[in-house]
Write a protein that binds this ligand. Structure first.
Ligand code: ADP
Length: 396
C-alpha cells in the first residue's frame, strides 16, 4: 500500500468522513451518474441512488458487507462477471490506477451499457483511503452513435450509387449519340435526294425518321446535361451579349412550336437594354425550354407573355402563360429530375420531365436562378434571373 504523503496526481484528496458529509451526499445523491465509494479494505461505504438503481441494490444491501460479499452482489448484475472481477482485481492491485471511460455492460435488473471511471481517494496527507467509482449510463448515447454511423454509411452508399448512376447516364448517352448522329446525317442525305427525285411517299417516311431522330437527339442531350450537372462539370461558355437580342432569338426559334397551335407571343423588351457577360447559348436554351412548356401546357390560341426587365442588380425574363396552372403542392417537384404532372394535358404531351431540372441547374451554374409562381386555372409564370456583375452594363 502506498503511504506517500504527497497527494498523487489524479487522486481525490478528501477524507471519507468529508465525502459522507450531508451536503456532498445531497448533491451526488441527485446525480444521474452512479457513485460508489469503497475504503482501503474494499468495503463499500457509500453508494448513491443512481448506482443502486443501476445494479438493482437496496441501500441496506450494501452497508456492512464484507468485500467478498459485495463483489458478488455487484458481479451478479454484470453481463460478463469473470472479466469484471479480473479487471477489478487488476485495478485494485495498483492504488494509483486511474481508469476512464471503460465500458461495463450490466444485464440485471435492466440491460444497460455503462462507461465507468475510477480514481483513488487519498487523505489530506496523501494516504490511500479508498477508491471512487463513477458509472455513467451510456446506452442511449451509444445507440445514437450507432444510428448516426449507420446513417452515414447509408449516405455514403447513396452517394456512391448516385455517382454510378451519373456515370451510367453519361456513358450511355454518349454511346447512343454516335450512331444516332450517323442515322440523322444519312436520313438527311436521303431526304435531299428524294426531294430531287420527287417520290412523295418516301419523302414523308424519311421526314418521320428525321423527326423521331431529332427528338431522340434532344432527349439524349438532356440526359447528358443532367449527368453533367450531377457530376458538377456543367460547362458555361461566357461571351458578351445584349439581353433583348438573346430573348428575340429564343422567341424566333420557338415559332415552329407555337405556330401550329396558333399561339401568340407578346414581348415586352428590356428597357433600357442590358449587356451581360454570360453563356448566351445556355440563356436561349433556358428561355426556349420555358417557352416550349408555356406552349405545350396551354391550349390552342392562347397568349404567351414574355417580359424582360431590370430588377435591382439583376436582369430578369418572365414567361407567363394562360395554361391550367400548377397546384401549389407540386411547385417544388417541378424541378425534380423526371417529374411530370399527372394532369390530362401533361399526359397528352411528350416529355421526359428533365427540362425544368436542367433549366434551373443551368441558371444556377450561370450565377442566377429560376423561379415559378402559379395559380390553378389562371396560368403560370416562370422567372429566370441573372445578376448584373462588374463589367456588365445597362444601355442608356
Ligand atoms: P417535361 O415538359 O418534359 O414534362 P419539364 O421539366 O419541362 O419536363 O416540366 C415538368 C412538369 O412540370 C411537366 O410535366 C408539367 O406537368 C409541369 N409544367 C412545366 N411547365 C408548365 C407550365 N408552363 N404550365 C403547367 N405545367 C407545367
Amino acid at each position: 500500500m502506498a503511504t506517500s504523503h504527497e497527494p498523487r496526481r489524479g487522486a481525490i484528496p478528501l477524507s471519507l468522513a468529508h465525502l459522507r458529509d450531508s451536503q456532498i451526499d445531497a448533491v451526488i445523491g441527485a446525480a444521474k451518474e452512479g457513485f460508489l465509494l469503497v475504503d482501503a479494505e474494499r468495503q463499500i461505504i457509500w453508494a448513491n441512488p443512481a448506482l443502486r438503481a443501476m445494479f438493482g441494490l437496496e441501500s441496506a444491501d450494501l452497508l456492512g458487507r464484507s468485500s467478498s460479499e459485495l463483489r458478488s452482489l455487484l458481479t451478479e448484475s454484470v453481463e460478463d462477471p469473470a472479466s469484471f472481477l479480473s479487471r477489478n482485481e487488476e485495478i485494485y492491485q495498483d492504488e494509483a490506477t486511474i481508469i476512464e471511460d471503460e465500458i461495463v455492460k450490466i444485464s440485471q435488473p435492466r440491460s444497460i451499457t455503462t462507461s465507468r471511471t475510477s480514481v483513488p481517494v487519498v487523505s489530506k496527507e496523501g494516504e490511500y483511503v479508498g477508491r471512487l467509482w463513477i458509472y455513467r449510463d451510456v446506452t442511449k448515447a451509444l445507440a445514437a452513435e450507432r444510428a448516426k454511423a449507420e446513417l452515414e454509411a447509408t449516405n455514403r452508399r447513396l452517394v456512391e450509387l448516385s455517382e454510378t448512376k451519373s456515370i451510367f447516364l453519361s456513358t450511355i448517352s454518349h454511346e447512343l449519340r454516335t450512331p444516332l448522329t450517323a442515322v440523322l446525317a444519312h436520313s438527311d442525305l436521303i431526304k435531299r435526294r428524294q426531294a430531287c427525285s420527287g417520290n412523295e411517299k418516301d419523302l414523308q417516311h424519311i421526314e418521320v425518321i428525321l423527326r423521331g431522330g431529332e427528338r431522340l437527339k434532344s432527349l439524349i442531350d438532356d440526359l447528358l446535361d443532367v449527368s453533367d450537372f450531377e457530376s458538377t462539370v456543367m460547362r458555361i461558355r461566357e461571351s458578351r451579349f445584349f439581353i433583348n437580342d438573346a430573348v428575340s432569338s429564343a422567341i424566333d426559334s420557338i415559332a415552329p412550336v407555337t405556330a401550329p397551335k396558333h399561339q401568340r407571343i407578346v414581348l415586352e423588351q428590356c428597357s433600357p437594354d442590358a449587356q451581360i457577360v454570360n453563356d448566351r447559348e445556355r440563356f436561349e436554351q433556358i428561355l426556349g425550354n420555358l417557352l416550349s412548356n408555356a406552349s405545350k401546357y396551354s391550349v390552342d390560341g392562347s397568349v404567351i407573355r414574355v417580359v424582360a426587365y431590370i430588377d435591382g442588380n439583376a436582369v430578369k425574363v418572365s414567361v407567363n402563360d394562360q395554361g391550367e396552372g400548377i397546384d401549389q403542392s407540386n411547385l417544388f417537384s417541378l424541378f425534380e429530375p423526371f417529374y411530370r404532372g399527372d394532369d390530362e394535358l401533361t399526359r397528352s404531351t411528350q416529355g421526359a420531365g428533365l427540362g425544368l431540372t436542367i433549366s434551373r441547374s443551368l441558371a444556377r451554374a450561370m450565377r442566377g436562378d429560376l423561379e415559378v409562381s402559379s395559380e390553378l386555372g389562371t396560368g403560370s409564370t416562370f422567372t429566370f434571373g441573372l445578376p448584373l456583375i462588374e463589367g456588365e452594363w445597362i444601355a442608356s
